[in-house]
Design a protein around this ligand. Structure first.
Ligand code: GLN
Length: 445
């Protein structure tokens, strides 16, 4: 099959099945076919030649609409292309469309999208996870080989786990955020989804690297040298099993058994501050969001709604344009940053963040890789948690510590529950140790 035929086949599959799953907001059919034809004529092919890629609706792609899953940005056209997307294109990937997401990446189920909820391809009564749920579903349903998502507190790993695929949250500062609509800038990181470790790795190798347009990217990445799994020590993070599904624990224990056999030694890891990570994350992330989202005022960005004066115009624009969860975070974040509460909330959350980071630093003194389940439960039913934001937030309990510490982690599919829904194992490694993650994930195959 030539590349054009492959693209047409994928587009037909999307037309046939995405009406139900709804992973895409927009599919660029003509562009993809045109590009396939052009790429076929190229003499030297890039690393990602032949790969069909979907991108989350918060990554700029010049000339295309981008909305971050929000009504406020409806009709906004990207004026340039995000570095990560550009790097994929430079290696001959075909960008087939943009995927659905929780509005401004705030959520764990894709139910916060202003468009529609995406459904889990494994069982469409269930959520695909979020906020990059559309990107995860697109790969799980074989609409794309690879997709890009963003992970602020778990938004790549959690949907990867729910949809039974691989998802990588790279080390903070390894992948440029230039052209990514910001949610919480000190936590956000772009990363790939794929069905195979090879695809995941080649996507990561493509998008990583210093970018003068993002001053938080590292000039020099002190990547750890190759280490075989048999030379690694495995750290098992101790956690409270209360609130976890039985199947999640069972599969996790099996994964421990599998990896313990293949590694040099196994140690138990205590992380005393892990239990405070969720509280810290939701303060830090919401505070940064309240500041980042101030630009959507209808004048600089966002669809303008005329009021009787400037203030009422802002109120109308933001009141109508933002959804409930986004407003909740802006209000929470503004409160946490306000005079009189700053010390009590924001500063305290930052102190906890430093302690969580210290827990990881300590852990990596004795272990090369750490494991913990990706999520406490398998996918939940659409509507099951949408009325209860707190129970939704608790789903991120095992993923947010990684973002607070800036280290890297991967979710690998491992086993299923009695309903046939996938479970995921989260493998965590120190900064710049993505290679360890790929190596360890192979150990679970
Ligand atoms: N579910 C988390 C939140 O709602 C994480 C989101 C993300 O990683 N973008 O904030």
């Amino acid at each position: 099959m030539n590349l054009e035929e492959k693209v047409r086949e994928h587009i037909n599959k999307i037309k046939e099945k995405d009406g139900k799953i709804k992973s895409f907001i927009e599919v660029w059919e003509e562009d993809s076919i045109k590009r396939a034809k052009e790429l076929e004529l190229k003499k030297e092919k890039g690393k990602l030649y032949g790969k069909i890629v979907a991108i989350k609706d918060n990554m700029l792609f010049e000339g295309k609409e981008i909305t971050a899953g929000s009504k406020i940005l409806k009709g906004h056209i990207s004026s340039y292309t995000a570095t990560a997307v550009k790097k994929m294109i430079d290696e001959d990937a075909i960008i087939i469309g943009r995927t659905n997401m929780d509005e401004f990446a705030m959520g764990s189920s894709n139910e916060n999208s202003a468009y529609f909820p995406t459904r889990n391809p494994i069982n469409t009564d269930y959520v695909p996870g979020g906020s990059s749920g559309g990107s995860a579903a697109a790969v799980a349903a074989d609409f794309a080989d690879i997709s890009l998502g963003s992970d602020t507190g778990g938004s790549i790993r959690q949907p990867a786990s729910f949809c039974g695929i691989y998802g990588l949250k790279p080390t903070y500062g390894t992948v440029s955020r230039y052209g990514l609509i910001a949610f919480a800038s000190s936590l956000d990181q772009i990363g790939p989804f794929a069905k195979t470790i090879d695809d995941l790795k080649s996507a990561y190798d493509t998008i990583k690297g210093f970018d003068p347009n993002d001053s938080t990217t590292y000039k020099e990445m002190k990547e750890h040298s190759d280490k075989k799994l048999s030379d690694m020590s495995l750290g098992i993070i101790e956690f409270d099993e209360k609130g976890c599904d039985e199947a999640v624990i069972e599969n996790f224990n099996k994964a421990i058994g599998e990896l313990s056999k293949k590694t040099k030694k196994t140690v138990k890891i205590k992380m005393p501050h892990l239990k405070y990570a969720i509280s810290s994350y939701y303060i830090v992330a919401s505070s940064e969001a309240s500041s980042n989202l101030a630009r959507f005022d209808g004048i600089r960005y966002g669809r303008y709604e005329e009021g009787k004066d400037l203030e009422s115009s802002y109120e109308k624009t933001r009141g109508k344009g933002f959804g409930t969860e986004v407003k909740r975070r802006i209000i929470l974040g503004t409160y946490a940053l306000s005079a009189g509460y700053y010390d009590e909330y924001y500063l305290k959350a930052q102190k906890i963040r430093a302690l969580v980071k210290k827990d990881f630093d300590e852990a990596f003194k004795t272990a090369d890789i750490l494991i913990i389940p990706t999520t406490p439960t398998t996918a939940f039913k659409i509507g099951e948690k949408s009325e209860n934001p707190l129970s939704m937030y608790l789903n991120d309990i095992f993923t947010v510590p990684v973002n607070l510490a800036g280290v890297c982690a991967l979710s690998a599919p491992y086993g299923k529950d009695s309903k046939g829904l996938p479970c995921g194992v989260q493998i965590i490694a120190d900064r710049f140790s993505e290679k360890y993650l790929f190596e360890a994930a192979k150990g679970l195959l």
